[in-house]
Design a protein around this ligand. Structure first.
Ligand code: HEC
Length: 106
């Protein structure tokens, strides 16, 4: 192969890789951003990073997406005496991305 062909191939692979990384980021990434913005990590940890109250590492296998949604919007509907803060005013899109992200933790 000529060097030019190799360079073109390498460039094409790089573009494909970056595109893939970006599309992955727009699913898990958005929810992760919401998680960070809402400061869930004050109380919760994921992969050992964050508060000590409760790890959310495998929450996607413990809870159904509807239940994760309820925990965020109205934790007292899940556990009457919980100390978790409610997030009733989260925009629908943020809530959806956040729930999708947490559901992916298995
Ligand atoms: C003030 C501390 C605090 C904050 C902030 C907080 N939580 Fe919680 N959360 C808790 C506690 C404590 C529990 C455990 C339930 C209990 O025993 O009260 C819990 C439970 C949960 C559960 C259920 C976990 C399970 O396995 O049953 C989910 C899901 C959850 N929180 C998500 C979130 C998300 C998402 C955020 C950010 C939007 C958040 N929490 C912010 C304290 C908090």
């Amino acid at each position: 192969m000529k060097p030019a062909v190799i360079i073109i191939c390498a460039a094409a692979l790089l573009v494909a890789g970056v595109t893939m990384a970006l599309s992955l980021d727009s699913t898990g990434g958005r929810g992760m951003e919401v998680y960070a913005m809402q400061k869930c990590a004050l109380c919760h940890s994921i992969s050992g990073i964050g508060g000590k109250k409760m790890a959310l590492d495998e929450v996607g296998s413990r809870l159904k997406p509807e239940d994760i949604r309820k925990w965020v919007q109205n934790p007292k509907s899940m556990k009457a005496d919980t100390t978790m803060k409610a997030y009733p005013n989260l925009p629908e899109k943020d809530l959806r991305d956040l729930v999708a992200y947490l559901s992916s933790l298995k």
